[in-house]
Write a protein that binds this ligand. Sequence first.
Ligand code: FAD
Ligand code: FES
Length: 286
Amino acid sequence: MTEASGPAVANGGSTAQAPMAPVMHRVVRRHQDLEDTVSLWLEPVDQPLPRPMAGQFMMLWAFGIGEAPISLAGNEDGLLVHTIRSVGAVTEALCSAAEGSEIGVRGPFGTGWGLAEAEGQPVVIVAGGLGLAPVRPIVTEILSSRGRFEEVTLLVGARSPETLLYEDELAQWRRQGSIDVGVTVDSATPSWRGHVGVVTSLIEHTPAATGTRAFVCGPEVMMRFTARALIDRGLDPDAIAVSLERNMHCAIGHCGHCQLGPAFVCKDGPVLAWSRVEPLLKVRER
Ligand SMILES: Cc1cc2nc3c(=O)[nH]c(=O)nc-3n(C[C@H](O)[C@H](O)[C@H](O)COP(=O)(O)OP(=O)(O)OC[C@H]3O[C@@H](n4cnc5c(N)ncnc54)[C@H](O)[C@@H]3O)c2cc1C
Ligand code: FES
């Protein structure tokens, strides 16, 4: 991957003054998306942090418990939006944060999706499960300036209808009609009327034109199969951006927790071109 062809690179965390110092934010809105998943809208108590780009992540700090890297799911009127699944101590504390309570935030960190490079081109966005959260800012940005892109397709997969994230918003995007939205579940319930199958089964029906850019986020195995399916449709591996997850601590390239071969996922990623990621995934994680 060349810098020119790969995802946009941020300055590795534009909080140069004090990248390790959390900045207090107030929870101004909390929405229970799924049984184990919550979205929080955060407003700075005092000084705002630099505005994050789509694809970047913030370190969210639950007092007395710890920090977790969480992707940007939206930036609405100066509020950071994060969608968090409760899987352990930190994410459980963040999901339990009440409206009016305060949490610490560091960032923004990492690389962005590089959406500007897709201008004038067809776009395919593929999300699996909670992977819809980090690609949500791509969709909202495209919808706010639809004319900048050619045909846009969003493909979403979930394990079951009950685990489908942002269901109302997906329906709204579909009704709006300016992008194609495909949704599938691995296993259906009796009331499900939509497509059943893994998300890659939707790719077969996607028009693939020269110059198509793809943005993919989900479990690693899903991203691997999706990248292969997109390459089979004729996409260039350099034009497929994926977002990686690794355990993190410092988020600024110092501690080595997130190292994947020669790359630090916190600094060189999390968004990387598939051409660069594929060989790295063959390297055992430290
Ligand atoms: C760049 C990046 C962006 C992320 N964005 C989001 C997001 O938008 N929403 C969200 O809910 N989560 C996101 N995550 C994952 C989130 O950071 C972890 O779930 C969280 O750190 C778990 O902390 P915990 O203390 O709650 O659980 P722990 O007790 O630390 O872990 C619970 C389980 O999750 C696994 N785990 C912990 N951290 C990670 C990780 N980073 N990647 C994969 N597995 C992990 C552990 O091995 C364990 O099995 C992101 C991770 C990264 C690296
Ligand atoms: S989290 Fe410390 S080097 Fe990436």
